[in-house]
Design a protein around this ligand. Structure first.
Ligand code: CDP
Length: 230
C-alpha cells in the first residue's frame, strides 16, 4: 500500500507521543517526536549558556547542533544531540520550563522544520508536535488534533516523570502545562492551532488502545483512498 504522512498536533500531555509511537510500530512507519528536537535545542542552549534573545549566539549554537534519531534495540526511537543520547535529559522539568520560549525563536523553527521535512520526504512517517499539520506537512494525508482535560493531562505527565525518577508536584506540572499551552498557541511563529482538515480526538475518557485503534483505522482508510486515486 502507498505510504502516507500522519501529522499529530495538540497540547502537551494529550497522548500524542504514546499514540504516534504505537501507530508507527503497527504500520511499520518511522516515528518522529518533533518536540524532542525543540527540547534538545533547549538543552544545548541551557548547557552552553546561550542567551535566547541574542540572535548571534542563537545562530552560532544552531550551527553547532547536530540532531539525529536512532532506533534502539527495543525498537524505540531516541534522539541524539551531537552524537550523545539525550532522550532522558530532555524530559526533565528544567527543559520543560524553557522549551516553549526557545520554540518561539524564528530561526530555531526554521532549522527544525527543514530537518523535519527532510525526514518526511519518503513518507511512511508519523510525526507529532504543534505545527506538523499546519506548517511542516500541510499536505499530510492524515491530520489529527489531540486534546484532553487539564487534570487528566497533568496526572499522565506526573506518572511519566515518576517513571523517569523525577518527582514533581501536580501543581507545578499544571502550571507548566498551562503556561506552555498559552505560549504555544499565542506565539507569532507557527502557533498551535487545529490544522484545516484535522480530525479532533479528545483523549480524556479513552484508553491508549482505543486512541491507537482509531488512528490506525483512519490511516488505513486514507491509504485505501490513495490507492484508489492511483
Ligand atoms: O511532551 P509534551 O507534549 O509536553 O511537549 P513536546 O511535544 O515535547 O514539546 C515541547 C515543546 O516544544 C512544546 O511545548 C512547544 O513549545 C515546542 N514544540 C513546538 O513549538 N513545535 C513542535 N512541532 C513541537 C514542539
Amino acid at each position: 500500500m502507498r505510504k502516507i504522512i500522519i501529522a499529530i498536533d495538540g497540547f502537551s500531555a494529550c497522548g500524542k507521543s504514546t499514540t504516534a509511537k504505537e501507530v508507527a510500530r503497527l504500520l511499520g512507519y518511522r516515528y518522529i517526536d518533533s518536540g524532542a528536537m525543540y527540547r534538545a535545542v533547549t538543552l544545548y542552549f541551557l548547557d552552553h549558556l546561550v542567551s535566547f534573545s541574542n540572535p548571534k549566539e542563537v545562530d552560532k549554537a544552531l550551527n553547532e547542533i547536530k540532531l539525529s534519531f536512532i532506533v534502539n534495540s527495543k525498537g524505540a526511537t531516541e534522539i541524539f544531540l551531537n552524537a550523545i543520547n539525550v532522550e532522558k535529559a530532555i524530559r526533565k522539568m528544567r527543559i520543560s520550563e524553557s522549551v516553549s520560549q526557545v520554540s518561539t525563536i524564528k530561526v530555531v523553527r526554521k532549522a527544525m522544520v527543514a530537518l523535519q521535512r527532510k525526514m518526511g520526504k519518503d513518507k511512511g512517517i508519523v510525526m507529532d508536535g504543534r505545527d506538523i499539520g499546519t506548517v511542516v506537512f500541510p499536505e499530510a494525508e492524515l491530520k489529527l488534533f489531540l486534546s484532553a482535560d487539564i487534570m487528566v493531562r497533568a496526572f499522565r505527565r506526573q506518572k511519566e516523570l515518576l517513571e523517569k525518577e523525577d518527582l514533581v508536584e501536580l501543581d507545578t506540572i499544571i502550571e507548566n502545562l498551562q503556561s506552555r499551552d498559552q505560549i504555544d498557541s499565542t506565539r507569532k511563529e507557527s502557533p498551535l492551532v487545529r490544522a484545516t482538515g484535522a480530525i479532533e480526538i479528545d483523549t480524556t475518557n479513552i484508553t491508549v488502545d482505543e486512541q491507537v485503534d482509531e488512528v490506525v483505522r483512519l490511516a488505513l482508510s486514507q491509504m485505501l483512498i490513495k490507492k484508489w486515486k492511483g
